[in-house]
Design a protein around this ligand. Structure first.
Ligand code: GUN
Length: 294
């Protein structure tokens, strides 16, 4: 059994990105520029943003954070997005989700110029991804694929079971893993809250990906001997023994599942760091016009 060290792999990729950025700068180009837009002060969103800012520094990117009040209007938010769409010094930007309830999230996503949509949430990027065209891929699924690739895990002909059908993780992972590519060429099953026999299906997986946000959902009896288990869950659970009062908890009962796996990702230190580095990779591609010509 091998524990996949997402933290180490992410650090290696960050170094490669940083080296490419220094080459760009040596060629007289400006540094890639990523802007984050944060509405309100959600705890999870604040820490994602802090990690993204730190990763930008490590990659040699320019970055900035625009804060807007929790009671910002749809019009004010859209006006800010239009300004970022039109600002040629900005290569990519992200609007941190979730947004307050009074904001129409889908309208916000669709107002972003898809050529700057480094989150890969815009329908143009989603559609292009689904038919295998160059696009920005959403960061978490892209990070999962990078892990599979970096670990040299065979995916062709394997049965991949994805638990969860969210627009940002489950669905795009299924889309990517079914494609004729490496990593890919899997037979994919997507399970969700209306699937009656999740346990049986999970047990058939060669590659089991848990993206439910349900701590400890995947138990020992749901995993085939020798399976690859990827845990995308990152739920904050109360933990009085920690100074901050919480810890991150994955969807997999790691302690009991790990002995049965060929590979498994831990939480924290598995998929999480890869998500951030995927966003950095997308931003570099946005800056160099590799996906959409500048
Ligand atoms: N909220 C949780 N994950 C993400 C992400 O990848 N991008 C954005 N913009 N918001 C998120």
């Amino acid at each position: 059994m091998q524990i996949i060290d997402g933290k180490k792999i992410a650090a290696e990729i960050r170094e490669q990105i940083a080296a490419e950025v220094e080459k760009l700068v040596a060629d007289g180009r400006r540094r890639p520029n990523l802007v984050g837009l944060l509405v309100g002060h959600d705890g999870g969103s604040e820490s994602y943003m802090a990690s993204k800012t730190k990763a930008c520094e490590q990659c040699g990117f320019q970055s900035s954070l625009i804060r807007m009040a929790q009671d910002v209007t749809q019009d004010e938010l859209m006006a800010q997005i239009r300004a970022l769409n039109e600002d040629d010094s900005v290569d990519g930007f992200i609007v941190q989700m979730p947004l307050p309830r009074h904001i129409d999230e889908q309208a916000v996503i669709e107002s972003i110029d898809y050529r700057k949509d480094v989150d890969g949430f815009h329908p143009v990027n989603v559609g292009r991804m689904s038919i295998g065209l160059p696009c920005f891929r959403p960061a978490t699924p892209s990070g999962v694929l990078m892990l599979l690739e970096r670990c040299g895990i065979e995916t062709r002909g394997k049965h991949c079971v994805v638990l969860g059908r969210s627009n940002i993780v489950g669905k795009p992972l299924a889309t990517l893993l079914v494609q004729k590519a490496y990593p890919g060429n899997c037979t994919v099953t997507v399970c969700h809250s209306a699937t009656p026999n999740i346990k049986e299906l999970a047990r058939e997986a060669d590659i089991l990906i848990a993206a439910l946000g349900s701590p400890g959902f995947v138990t020992e009896d749901m995993v085939k001997e020798g399976a690859v288990v990827i845990d995308v869950g990152t739920t904050r659970v109360a933990d009085a023994s920690r100074e901050r009062g919480w810890r991150l908890c994955g969807d997999v009962d790691f302690e009991h599942v790990a002995p049965h796996c060929s590979y498994i990702t831990p939480v924290p230190g598995g998929v999480g760091p890869m998500t951030i580095v995927s966003l950095m990779a997308n931003t570099l591609q946005a800056a160099t016009g590799q996906v959409y010509a500048k």
